[in-house]
Design a protein around this ligand. Structure first.
Ligand code: FNR
Length: 181
């Protein structure tokens, strides 16, 4: 199974990036996870949506080619970061590559609530017309106080979070398999 991770933070020491890398490594026997960076993605512009840059074309092609998308997002000001909204705008137009593509969301923040608000908004967006992505039911992964749970080398040191992720990954893999049957 091929999965792409869309990480809503472009800073180099991002906890969400580290979480995506942890998932990539720990579950490498369950699925191939390619982490897509949003760093080079230009600002969405409707004037060029039919003839976008190479970065946009490649980004959309990788999403189109995947069996599922893993969204790994911080929370900025109580919602999703602008870079993530920008990526969604590209994905929602012209060939609408997210349409029907299964999604799973995880998120980490330094706050106690661990991206609850951002994920609520993202869940709503995934139901919108241009995206129309079935979302893994339940299995909500909110990693709060992430700075106390992931160490400098990117290890997830918080055992309850690690074992919860194990069970969510089982559910995710079974769920994506059930959709493709
Ligand atoms: C934040 N942060 C934050 N945290 C949170 O729990 N709720 C929020 O609304 C916000 N808002 C917010 C806005 C902006 C502009 C920044 C830069 C940060 C803190 C955030 O959780 C923290 O910076 C994380 O480390 C960001 O994720 P990455 O970059 O480490 O993946």
């Amino acid at each position: 199974m091929k999965v792409v991770a869309i990480v809503g933070s472009i800073r180099k020491d991002s906890y969400n990036l580290k979480l995506a890398q942890y998932i990539q490594d720990r579950y490498k026997d369950r699925f191939d996870l390619e982490i897509l960076s949003l760093r080079g993605l230009p600002i969405y512009d409707q004037d060029i949506e039919n003839e976008p840059s190479e970065e946009v074309k490649q980004f959309k092609a990788k999403v189109a080619d995947a069996d599922a998308v893993l969204w790994v997002t911080p929370e900025y000001n109580g919602t999703i970061p602008g870079v993530l909204g920008n990526a969604i705008d590209w994905l929602s137009r012209v060939d609408r590559v997210m349409n029907g593509k299964p999604s799973w969301i995880v998120g980490a923040s330094m706050g106690a609530l661990g991206t609850v608000k951002a994920q609520l908004h993202l869940r709503e967006i995934l139901f919108s017309l241009g995206i129309s992505s079935p979302l893994l039911p339940g299995n909500e992964v909110y990693v709060g106080s992430v700075h106390e749970k992931i160490d400098a080398s990117g290890n997830l040191t918080h055992e309850p979070t690690a074992s919860f992720l194990d069970s969510v990954v089982n559910n995710f893999v079974a769920w994506v398999g059930s959709l493709s049957r």
